[in-house]
Design a binder for this molecule. Structure first.
Ligand code: GRF
Length: 193
């Protein structure tokens, strides 16, 4: 594993829409000795996203972007370029990125999804997994392409579903795994950088 420390860390942006617990976890990870990333800027499509507080607390720049406007996407691209961003981590980001945007960051956008992809793409995964009486679920980190939750898989973690599990318990147990899987996946893709 390559150790990129201090000035050599890869400039990274995290995109969020909501709670931001993965953001909080990635910030913590970015500050460790073994982390190959530095989080320079957090992007949110919602001005009231709860997760923004983690960026503020850690004095990380924040930008609110209206992803429905092309002019805003161009403004975002300028901001990311200005900050020399080389990796974008989507963490509970609830917008589908345009082809135009993805093309500008080809191979540099990754996402975490709370299911064992390619199963259960999209929203409300835990509800659907329970309805189908699945025996296992988990989480996946993958590259982002134009297809929803469809890019190349980087890493996955599988967990067993217990009889007593409900949406809340499953969500919490999967989230715990997400906090380990996202940093591991980042190390995996950047170790040859
Ligand atoms: C996570 O389960 C993530 O996999 C999914 O959305 C949820 C975001 O949680 N994409 P948080 O905002 O990081 O707490």
């Amino acid at each position: 594993m390559v150790k990129l420390i201090g000035v050599n860390k890869i400039n990274t942006s995290v995109f969020i829409s909501g709670n931001g617990t993965n953001l909080q976890n990635l910030i913590k990870f970015s500050k460790t000795y073994n982390s190959p990333i530095k989080i320079n800027i957090v992007i949110s499509n919602k001005k009231n996203a709860y997760g923004i507080k983690y960026a503020k607390k850690n004095k990380i720049k924040i930008q609110i972007i209206d992803f429905s406007k092309k002019s805003e996407i161009n403004r975002l691209l300028k901001i990311l370029k200005f900050n020399n961003i080389k990796l974008i981590c989507l963490a509970g980001f609830l917008r589908i990125l345009s082809k135009y945007f993805i093309k500008s960051f080809k191979g540099k956008i990754i996402n975490i999804h709370p299911s064992l992809l390619p199963k259960y793409k999209g929203l409300n995964t835990h509800e659907r997994v329970l309805k189908k009486n699945e025996k296992f679920t988990g989480c996946t980190v993958h590259f982002v392409n134009e297809k929803l939750d469809g890019g190349k898989i980087i890493l996955q973690k599988k967990i067993k579903i217990f009889k007593k599990d409900n949406v809340k318990s499953l969500k919490n147990r999967v989230l715990k795994e997400e906090y380990k899987l996202y940093p591991k996946s980042i190390i995996k893709i950047l170790s040859n950088y």
